[in-house]
Design a protein around this ligand. Sequence first.
Ligand SMILES: Cc1cc2nc3c(=O)[nH]c(=O)nc-3n(C[C@H](O)[C@H](O)[C@H](O)COP(=O)(O)OP(=O)(O)OC[C@H]3O[C@@H](n4cnc5c(N)ncnc54)[C@H](O)[C@@H]3O)c2cc1C
Length: 344
Amino acid sequence: MKQKIPNSFGLDVYAQHLVTVTSVEELHVAWQQAAAKQMPIMIIGEGSNTLFTTDFQGMIIVNRIKGIAVNETSTDWQLKVGAGEKWHDLVTYTVEGAMPGLENLALIPGCVGSAPIQNIGAYGVEFKKVANYVELYELATGKILTIDDGQYGYRDSIFKQKYADGYAVVAVGIRLAKKWQPVLTYGELKNFDAQTVTAKMIFDKVCAIRRSKLPDPHVLGNAGSFFKNPIVDQSVVNTLLAHYPTMPIYPQNNQCAKLSSGWLIDQCGLKGYQIGGAAVHQQHALVLVNQNRATSQDIVDLARYIRDSVVQKFAVNLSPEIRFIGQFGEINADKLLERVDGTS
Ligand SMILES: Cc1cc2nc3c(=O)[nH]c(=O)nc-3n(C[C@H](O)[C@H](O)[C@H](O)COP(=O)(O)OP(=O)(O)OC[C@H]3O[C@@H](n4cnc5c(N)ncnc54)[C@H](O)[C@@H]3O)c2cc1C
């Protein structure tokens, strides 16, 4: 019987088979079953970074492998965390246990196993700052591989590239240095005094800001930032600044700068813009929401409209941060948005 796929957009999307696994052994059994029937397989955490463009004609494996082990050394805390733990619960656990380092990443939905895959980031910190290793289960051989170098980039890693197919993240190693330095580079966090601030103060502030700015997916379905912030050449920045002197830019360490997708979308006057049941959030232009029983197609159509509007006004291409999943597996989100008919 078809089962509903957990997804933070709150879409009515179904999988032919859906299995929740709580151990590597259960993961292995589920994989074997799907492989024996030559079924497509997809492993997910909480579905908070995915858009299922249609029902999934295969097996969805929901990872709920739990457990947190802490090893304290003279210089740091080394954590080994089951991939199915909730990320925010881990952040809370470390902050309450006086192990600072994750506080800027509070309230990001999803599972720990997904954090290295897209190198989650917020408020001036990315996962790579605390990454120690990632344990992958190689589905074809049943072997566990330990990857020390995740080759992390902006919303990118080796787990999105080389290890995208046929591997499941089963555990994540995190290193939190005892010599803690608060990261106060972003927005309201700048108001804290670096000498007196505690990790708990940053955690509370980040939670408060996020609760005030971002829609709660349990109330209004969404998947956070829909598009990545585009990174463009300095020459493009110069041209744009000549027309839009107040445009926010974030210089990178080479001849490039990151632009704010939210600002670009907002400048197109799209806050609140709606197609079918999908809408651009009123407060946060980068967040697309399931306003009123949206279908996957509504969200794809809205994303395409936004992308086209930004290209027309700024000649800048937006690329989705969210992973698009078609009926047999991941599909190329950029290509889908380029297509006029929107079929998947
Ligand atoms: C309100 C809101 C705010 C957000 N804010 C942020 C933010 O500030 N910063 C940020 O970086 N992200 C943010 N996100 C995006 C999202 O929370 C993160 O990307 C998160 O890491 C996704 O976790 P998940 O478990 O839900 O992943 P899923 O959506 O379940 O999966 C994401 C991808 O990873 C793959 N995958 C998942 N688990 C495994 C596994 N164990 N093994 C192999 N592959 C796997 C899936 O197949 C899929 O391709 C936000 C989302 C929401 C809804």
